[in-house]
Design a protein around this ligand. Structure first.
Ligand code: K1U
Ligand code: ZN
Length: 176
């Protein structure tokens, strides 16, 4: 078995984050090795979700773990996820993104979505997601379309967010 690797997470304004990801043809050992790396990278960050494009691989793959502190890990894997139904009712949730570190803003999302995806073993799953699961899957599926949560903000707020990330990275680079 290949050892798991923590991969660098791309941050805005990296153009790769705007790419539309491609479907996975078949869930293979290579796909699973990528999902293992994604999960390790997400836990290390730490975060509750990660799309493959965030580590520079534009494929329709998402990992997630919504376990609360003190609970056992509960990793979830989504290959080629599709939204089949969206509840009309929306609710705001203060979202963050590992590609836009230290920026948190309210985004309106459907409170419930019906999903279809392939799991870690390539088995097709259809299920409803609600609460944080619904928020997180919609956020991650946006990544697969090249959409970031800051794209829902005003231009002013979006530009401020990108500048904040760039400034923090510049300061980190000089070790300040
Ligand atoms: O970058 C990402 O897509 C991951 C993102 C997922 C997300 C969070 C909140 C709402 C929607 C989607 C994150 O994980 S940001 C970090 C975060 O939420 C968190 C980090 C540590 C502990 C608990 C939460
Ligand atoms: Zn994100």
């Amino acid at each position: 078995m290949k050892p798991m690797t923590i991969r660098p997470i791309l941050t805005v304004p990296n153009k790769i984050l705007k790419q539309v990801s491609k479907p996975v043809e078949k869930v293979t050992d290579e796909t699973r090795a990528l999902m293992d790396d994604m999960l390790e990278t997400m836990y290390d960050a730490p975060g509750i979700g990660l799309a493959a494009v965030q580590i520079g691989v534009p494929l329709n793959i998402i990992v997630m773990d919504l376990a609360k502190e003190g609970e056992d890990p509960a990793p979830r894997y989504f290959v080629n996820p599709e939204i089949l139904e969206l509840e009309d009712e929306q609710k705001p949730y203060e979202e963050g993104c590992l590609s836009v570190p230290d920026v948190y803003e309210d985004v309106d999302r459907s409170i419930r979505v019906k999903l279809k995806y392939l799991d870690y073993h390539g088995k097709e799953i259809t299920e409803w997601a609600d609460d944080l699961y619904a928020v997180c899957i919609q956020h991650e599926m946006d990544h697969l379309k090249g959409v970031l949560f800051i794209d829902y903000l005003s231009r002013l707020k979006r530009n401020r967010a990108v500048k904040k990330v760039q400034k923090a990275e510049k300061l980190n680079a000089v070790g300040a």
